[in-house]
Write a protein that binds this ligand. Sequence first.
Ligand code: SAM
Length: 302
Amino acid sequence: MTNTIPTAMEEGRNRQNPTSVVPGVSPQLYSLADFEQIARLVHAEAGIVLTKRKAMLAYSRLAPLVRQSGAERFETFLNRLDDDPALKTRTISALTTNHTYFNREPHHYEHFQSEVRPALVARAEQRQAVRLWSAGCSSGEEVWTLMMVLLGNDRQAGEALARRDIVALASDLADHAVKSAQEGRYPAEALDSVPKELRAAWCQRDENSLVVGPSLRRMVRFRQLNLIRPWPFEGLFDVIFCRNVMIYFDDPTKERLVLRLAQRLKPGGFLYIGHSERVTGEASALLRCVGPTIYQRVGAGA
Ligand SMILES: C[S@@+](CC[C@H](N)C(=O)[O-])C[C@H]1O[C@@H](n2cnc3c(N)ncnc32)[C@H](O)[C@@H]1O
């Protein structure tokens, strides 16, 4: 018999080859070839790099979707994605890492409060527009912390400020994350790291949860947005937080993104990135470092 080679191998997959096996998972269900297909997909669609060490992570994140779809093997599931854009989107979302928490990297908020907030408040009081962006906001802890710091401890002054032309965009690739961000409901202890006065002024208690109050909500717009695709809005920002998003990208993708972010800052505007992220490439000419992982757009007065 010459034709005993399995179909999978005709497709370039060798499920019997030990190097194609993900330890602990039946190769009939999920193989390294499946992982490689997943890695190609998430890189092409979201810029996210998954190394082979993430093969089990990808398995555990996608297994529930595979099960729900009724497919018996990852290969069958993956081959359906091109004909099912909604399922493809859910698959990519499931592969994102959404870890975040309130008051993460507090030195950023301290810098914002002492060096940036006073000018933004003055501008808002002069009826000028103030624009902020939490790019890769995950479930919202970042944008809500930022907006609480912006409104400040003084409830009356903060309420007045919230009625000015201040808008924050909070965007993420993952739909489920954007929904949680918008819901703005967190276990009360999740906000323990936020100064008590800010929590008390801007959040409301609901049993064991804290719910973001109406003054904060009025200022924030939520969008599902892929940062590596064109951005469907115009305008420049005073402040951009894009933290712990680029760590998942390869170097050229990081460089392109940080350049695009820099180009979206007003002269003198500020970019905050994650503690393990760097500004490299062309963006370096537009940004000067003003603190650990804090950059200011060069130009008028900066
Ligand atoms: C680790 S969280 C960081 C959340 C928050 N910025 C922080 O520092 O705590 C990374 C977020 O980036 C989002 N993300 C990854 N790739 C993205 C892309 N191409 N476009 C937009 N968001 C993306 C993920 O969905 C995830 O919610």
